[in-house]
Design a protein around this ligand. Structure first.
Ligand code: HEC
Length: 206
């Protein structure tokens, strides 16, 4: 091997090194990975308990008392704010949230084919008026980990109207709790529910 040949080999190696180095610089310039300090968009979700917007539950009359004076037409009007995520009619589509036909006194996560949060699926028992009242006051406080991104309905009377309306959404609507039995209502409702609940899901299936 003469000196000229060796020169060519060294030159080739040097050239390759220079090429790799320059590609590195070019790639660094083209694919600069600059991490922004702020994410591109921030989804603002009002935090539970922030401010005094949430009605203090103890100020509200028991749900059965409020239901006695509830107005289903007003409830239907108030439920317009749910329409972005829910349909209410029988066999209606699931949107961001599940179809709500026949939800009252039905099991939690009652709509077949909707992918509920694990938190919702693990809830025991039925959607009693008390449960719905608590949930609709502040969904994410009532069921930690729910995917229902809704701040809640502050006015206790409005919640009662909405619940009274929800209770009408069934082929054979279940009765609302009576004020007189309110003290023992949660137990009474839960005790009475399984029989109803057992046959209730049928109309909700789609
Ligand atoms: C931003 C969208 C959104 C809005 C607005 C919304 N919901 Fe929901 N809702 C959801 C989602 C998502 C779920 C499923 C929650 C889960 O799986 O944790 C849900 C679940 C529910 C459930 C439980 C259903 C079941 O089968 O167990 C009820 C009841 C309910 N919503 C009522 C309402 C009412 C009443 C309103 C209006 C006052 C409302 N929602 C407004 C998204 C919404």
């Amino acid at each position: 091997m003469d000196g000229f040949e060796l020169n060519k080999i060294m030159g080739a190696i040097l050239g390759t090194c220079l090429f790799v180095l320059s590609m590195n610089i070019v790639a660094g310039a083209v694919f600069s990975t600059h991490t922004p300090e702020k994410p591109g968009f921030v989804v603002e979700v009002p935090e539970a308990g922030e401010g005094t917007k949430q009605a203090a539950p103890e100020e509200a009359a028991p749900i059965a008392v409020r239901l006695a004076k509830a107005d289903t037409a007003k409830g239907e009007a108030a439920a317009k704010k749910c329409l972005a995520c829910h349909s209410f009619e029988k066999g209606g589509p699931n949107k961001v949230g599940p179809n709500l036909w026949n939800v009252y006194m039905n099991k939690h996560a009652h709509t077949e084919g909707f992918s509920y949060s694990a938190a919702m699926k693990s809830q025991e028992g039925q959607w009693t008026a008390e449960d719905l009242d608590k949930f609709l006051t502040n969904p994410r406080a009532a069921i930690k980990g729910t995917s229902m991104a809704f701040a809640g309905i502050r006015r206790p009377e409005e919640r009662a109207d909405v619940i009274a309306y929800l209770a009408t959404l069934a082929d054979s609507p279940k009765p609302l709790p009576k004020p007189s039995q309110d003290a023992k209502a949660p137990d009474a409702a839960k005790g009475a529910a399984p029989a109803d609940g057992a046959k209730a899901p049928a109309p909700a299936k789609q």
